[in-house]
Design a protein around this ligand. Structure first.
Ligand SMILES: Cc1ncc(COP(=O)(O)O)c(C=O)c1O
Length: 383
């Protein structure tokens, strides 16, 4: 007899197409990948001089650092192999301490601080303003804020950040702000305060420029902290080729202006589609729009059903089953679905998504594992 059970596709990160193919039986080439927050319109790769492949990378590439200083509007920064490399380094710079981490957010922060023996104090990734009470009542030594948050979209304004920075500084605490998704709203960046002795701001070249594969990010911090981070950065952690592409992207202000418009249009298209087609069938769902992705907060069973229906048809989005997450806060019977964007040129995937969303009804579906390697979609209940 075939035994069915609830099985959930779990992936530590978006873009894990090999695992998704194995799970859903969809060919790797067949996926429409909406599982990341990386822009679908990437900075065009320039012609790269041969020498960048043959020579060792420059260690302190002053031309590139000057371009980055200009782009991020700060004096004191350093390049790294993506903001991920910095996320791995920072917890090693302190003796075990109490660190505030969002329960929903880019999970690498949690895993890296935990790995280095720190005590994790969770706060609600949907309501980061909760940090105020943790900081005022001296419940944490360090704060990690993903601003804006991926995937909740929560965005804390500068006055609160300034208050928290000051309070933490008085107690030798750090404020670490992950601004991987800040490029469309630079006026909200904490970069102007990143020289302060207890502040670390992380920026990524991967998301806005659509260049996640070149592995480039920057840390904005005062001299003392930067020196300590430098001790952990490898001598040649960013290749010459990546440095060259990053420099072209960071200096091309015309492309950057157009990219903000393009992302806004792509995001608008996806937002409207989800409002029209998803909210029609599931009026209680909440939709959050950001320039990089659209997040949908929805009842867990329905969310899983939508995720599975799309995946079985070759469209991969990202899901956070909130009840399964180390979570003490609200929304625990819900799932968060994150839809990455489709560019205007991706006409066929746009049509396919539209058709699929039109066919999603109020019923629920589960992936059924038949005991072999095959997976199928079954309607399990309806409301
Ligand atoms: C919030 C956030 N920060 C940092 C990163 C790491 O990005 P990268 O190492 O490509 O800069 C990610 C990746 O998804 C992210 O979502």
């Amino acid at each position: 007899m075939t035994k069915s059970k609830r099985i959930v596709f779990e992936s530590k990160h978006g873009g894990n197409l090999a695992a998704a193919s194995q799970f859903f039986g969809v060919d790797k080439e067949q996926w429409t990948d909406l599982s990341t927050g990386i822009s679908p319109c990437a900075y065009p790769i320039p012609i790269i001089p041969d020498s960048y492949f043959h020579q060792l990378p420059e260690v302190n590439n002053e031309t590139l650092l000057a371009a980055a200083r200009n782009y991020y509007q700060v004096e004191s920064l350093q390049i790294a192999a993506g903001s991920q490399q910095l996320i791995e380094i920072i917890p090693q710079l302190r003796n075990p301490c109490r660190v505030a981490i969002p329960d929903v957010g880019y999970q690498e922060h949690l895993w890296q601080w935990r790995k280095h023996g720190h005590e994790i104090v969770f706060y609600d990734g949907f309501n980061p303003e909760q940090l105020d009470s943790l900081i005022v009542h001296n419940k944490v030594d360090c704060v990690v804020l993903i601003n804006p948050n991926n995937p909740t979209g929560a965005d804390v304004a500068l006055p609160a950040l300034k208050k928290w920075q000051k309070l933490l500084e008085e107690r030798n605490g750090w404020l670490i702000i992950d601004e991987a998704f800040r490029d469309c709203s630079p006026e909200k960046s904490f970069s102007a305060f990143s020289h302060l002795p207890n502040v670390i701001v992380l920026r990524s070249v991967g998301k806005f420029f659509g260049l996640a594969g070149i592995r480039v990010g920057f840390v904005l911090a005062g001299e003392a902290l930067l020196n300590r981070i430098n001790e952990h950065l490898g001598l040649w952690s960013v290749s010459a080729v990546s440095q060259y592409i990053a420099m072209c992207a960071l200096t091309n202000t015309q492309w950057q202006q157009q990219q903000r418009i393009t992302l806004s249009e792509n995001s608008q298209w996806m937002h409207q589609l989800l409002q029209q087609l998803l909210q029609q069938s599931f009026p209680e769902c909440e939709i959050v729009q950001t320039p990089y992705f659209i997040s949908v907060l929805i009842d867990q069973k329905k969310g899983e059903a939508i995720f599975n229906q799309l995946a079985c048809a070759g469209i991969l989005i990202r899901q956070w089953p909130l009840a399964d997450i180390d979570k003490q806060f609200s929304n625990s019977n819900k799932t968060l679905l994150r839809f990455g964007l489709l560019s205007e040129q991706q006409k066929q995937p746009r049509e396919k998504l539209q058709q699929l969303l039109q066919s999603i009804d109020g019923g629920s579906y589960s992936v059924i594992n038949s005991g072999t390697n095959s997976v199928s979609l079954c309607k399990t209940y309806s409301d």
